[in-house]
Design a protein around this ligand. Structure first.
Ligand code: ADP
Ligand code: MG
Length: 722
């Protein structure tokens, strides 16, 4: 096939750009070079202004409106020195993507000239038209006004591009009534609420004036790289982000030869280039390695406070997409771009802490004596048990449905892994009080020259959706292309509820004269009795767990449509309302948007399947069939009685393809009903099976039709030629 051969030749001939990680500067000069950092502010702002901004950033003090003018002026000067001509309020609408509205610094002065201006009010507030963003019914189309508002706690930065530099200001995005139209607003609200109740608990532990508590997020990002020549020849990858056709290659991931393997030279160049870009933007890129599937990789930046991590995570994804193109590749963030091999997730590592106490989820060597740690850990246990369904809903999407519960990602049942040591301590707690902690061991390897290696008190568990990993919890269910804001909002809010409950119980007990330690033990015992069922240290991939989880009463919300209704359940409304994170209207809007997005994505896949199936796969199969039939005729004419198997081999799947395409076409013609749920149900129940049937027939044909007639780049080509 000419298209495929050309693509392969194109890959062979491609020369990737040269990359230098430091390009003459020291790493110290590169890191944060394009960020309007605290250090930069300190240099440029009057002392009192700087102190005031710092109080807001570090101690959650109310933003003093008077400082905005001074900050804006300094920010503008700094950005213009960096070559910026425009500024943009950057926000995170409910599309899950990043949006930006650009304005020039130049303002006409009235005498025909123009001045570079950037006033405080321009920094703090913008007014982009909101009418074309999803609002889930929060806004009538005639009420187009939306507002962006400066998030002081997430630093501004200059984004460089060959076509000009832009000062970017992270903002929230709300409607005229203050309804959140974005992912950042609820994240900040949930953070504030969680902090308030965490501080109450800290006061009970004798910290009279605790420093502001924040939640931290360390997002690990998995992704695939595919050469752009192949990508452009696959309409399904181009428009749906995943392959809707493609037979399993002769070699898959069964050798486990890619995981942690040597990174291919071209990919390493790309990684260096992306990391350099991230460094300039102050994003602490740290870990990189090959992932399990061929063509799959991972990057993990160091954790940061959740709202900054969320902004940086979005910026990371756009940077990865942009630079991949400069390196002749496409970066895929879809949860399951290739069937039959591992998909991609985005693990969200969560902890909370403050400047004086540090990480509140640090157990120390003897966790049984660390009551404060046990209390914060118990809060996680209570929250995850009470609101597991909400956590599941926070990662629900059409694309993540292909990954969750397969043999590469945690099941849809939410449970907690504590590890041997902690599970044992909490067992003791439940039985009346913990008196010992299993100790760290040392590894005996049997070689004298090797150093003595200490072992952790607990093993890792790769199958648990919510695992304690030494000093944090790792939520492994989020999908690779989703924003981390959604899961973080849920985690913060369920923590707010649990910490509120804990603080209230302890305050009441102490006021009634119970000794504090006794009250703590009683409370922990009660939490473990009521919520211990969420702790599961076994194999989450096994079938037994499905049965046991059901017996424990843990929900198993397999699909997006099972999970999304959790968002509008009474308990969810009450939770998010009480902690000021979402109003009922906002919850309804998110539910509607989730359903709409589901139906839209499946709809695109259905139309793509129809298009590629009818106009590429079917004609190739027909040509092949014709060739085989002609050959049979020629043989008969030559007096040879031919074997007709080859004709049957193509004719049977071809008939199946035709009938599957007809079914898909009529399913697409049907209206899915008028409500968002009916539309989504139609997508799930009618479109998805019809898409799968077309694919099944096409994948059989791929194994039959002559290779030079096959129109689509194969799995082998896409996964192994880089
Ligand atoms: P893994 O072995 O789980 O794949 P990685 O090194 O790939 O680990 O990623 C771990 C992530 O967890 C990193 O983003 C790291 O910064 C983050 N992390 C480490 N400690 C904490 C913490 N206390 N709170 C939140 N995130 C953390
Ligand atoms: Mg990792």
């Amino acid at each position: 096939n000419a298209v495929r051969m050309q693509a392969i030749k194109g890959v062979e001939a491609y020369v990737p750009p040269a990359v230098s990680f430091t390009a003459g500067e020291t790493p110290g000069e590169v890191f944060g070079a394009n960020v309007f950092s605290k250090a930069e502010m300190q240099k440029r702002l009057p002392k009192s202004v700087y102190k005031s901004v710092l109080a807001t950033i570090d101690h959650a003090a109310l933003l003093d409106p008077l400082v905005a003018d001074a900050v804006a002026a300094a920010m503008k000067d700094w950005a213009m020195e960096k070559g910026a001509t425009h500024y943009a309020h950057v926000f995170y609408p409910l599309t899950g993507l990043t949006a930006e509205k650009h304005d020039s610094f130049l303002e006409p002065a009235g005498d025909g000239s123009a001045l570079a201006e950037f006033a405080g009010k321009t920094l703090t507030q913008g007014e982009p038209d909101a009418s074309s963003f999803p609002s889930g019914g929060l806004r009538n189309t005639f009420e187009a006004r939306g507002y962006t508002g400066w998030d002081v706690t997430s630093p501004a930065y200059v984004l460089e591009s060959p076509n000009g530099n832009t000062l970017c200001i992270p903002t929230v995005f709300v409607s005229m009534n203050g309804d959140a139209l974005d992912h950042k607003t609820p994240l900040l609200r949930s953070q504030q609420s969680m902090a308030r109740h965490a501080e109450r608990v800290l006061r009970l532990f004798g910290h009279a004036k605790p420093d502001a508590v924040v939640s931290f997020c360390g997002p690990e990002q998995e992704y695939f790289l595919v050469d752009r020549h192949f990508f452009l020849a696959r309409p399904d990858l181009l428009n749906a982000g995943r392959t809707l056709f493609g037979a399993k290659p002769p070699k898959g991931q069964e050798f486990d030869d890619h995981y942690f393997g040597a990174i291919p030279g071209r990919v390493l160049g790309y990684m260096l280039d992306t990391e350099r870009e991230l460094f300039k933007l102050g994003i602490p890129a740290k870990t990189r390695h090959n992932e399990v599937a061929p063509g799959q990789f991972e990057i993990a930046p160091v954790f940061e406070r959740a709202n900054v991590a969320a902004d940086h995570q979005q910026l990371l994804m756009t940077t990865f997409k942009r630079l991949a193109r400069q390196h002749g590749m496409e970066c895929l963030f879809h949860e399951k771009p290739f069937e039959g091999i591992n998909g991609s997730g985005k693990h969200v590592n969560f902890s909370l802490g403050n400047a004086t106490e540090g990480n509140l989820l640090l157990p120390g060597d003897t966790p049984h004596e660390n009551a404060q740690f046990l209390v914060f850990c118990a809060a996680v246990i209570r929250g995850v048990h009470k609101y597991g369904g909400l956590l599941r809903a926070s990662v629900a999407s059409a694309s993540n449905d292909h990954r969750l519960g397969a043999n590469e990602a945690p099941p849809a049942i939410i449970s907690i892994f504590l590890g041997d040591q902690l599970a044992d301590v909490f067992d003791q707690v439940a039985k009346g009080g913990a008196t010992s902690s299993k100790e760290k061991g040392t590894l005996i390897i049997g070689v004298d020259t090797l150093p003595v290696l200490p072992t952790d008190p607990g093993d890792r568990n790769r199958t648990s959706p919510f695992a304690f990993t030494g000093n944090r919890f790792e939520f492994r269910a989020p999908g690779s292309q989703q924003t981390v804001a959604g899961p973080m909002v849920t985690i913060n809010t369920i923590m707010a509820e649990a910490l509120d409950h804990i603080a209230t119980e302890l305050e009441t007990a102490v006021a009634a004269g119970t000794e504090f330690n006794v009250a703590v033990q009683k409370l922990l015992e009660k939490i473990m009795t009521d919520h211990g069922a969420i702790v599961f240290n076994g194999d989450g991939y096994s079938d037994d767990w499905q049965v046991e989880a059901a017996a424990r009463g843990l929900p198993n919300l397999r699909t997006t449509l099972d999970a999304l209704p959790e968002l509008v359940s009474e308990s969810a409304m009450e939770l998010f309302g009480t902690y000021g994170v979402f109003s009922e209207r906002e919850m309804h809007s998110r539910y509607e948007i989730g359903l709409e997005h589901y139906a839209l994505s499946v709809g695109v896949e259905a139309r793509l399947t129809l298009e590629v199936g009818a106009t590429s796969v079917l004609p190739a199969a027909v040509r092949h069939q014709t060739e085989v039939a002609l050959n049979l005729g020629a043989l008969r004419a030559a007096g040879v009685e031919p074997d007709a198997t080859a004709l049957e081999e193509v004719t049977a799947p071809l008939a199946e393809l035709r009938s599957a395409l007809a079914t898909l076409r009529s399913a697409l013609d049907e209206r899915g009903g008028s409500t968002a749920m009916e539309g989504a149900r139609h997508a799930q129940d009618a479109l998805l099976p019809a898409i799968a049937a077309v694919r099944a027939a096409a994948d059989v044909l791929e194994g039959v039709v002559a290779d030079d007639l096959w129109p689509l780049p194969t799995y082998q080509e896409m996964l192994y030629i880089l």
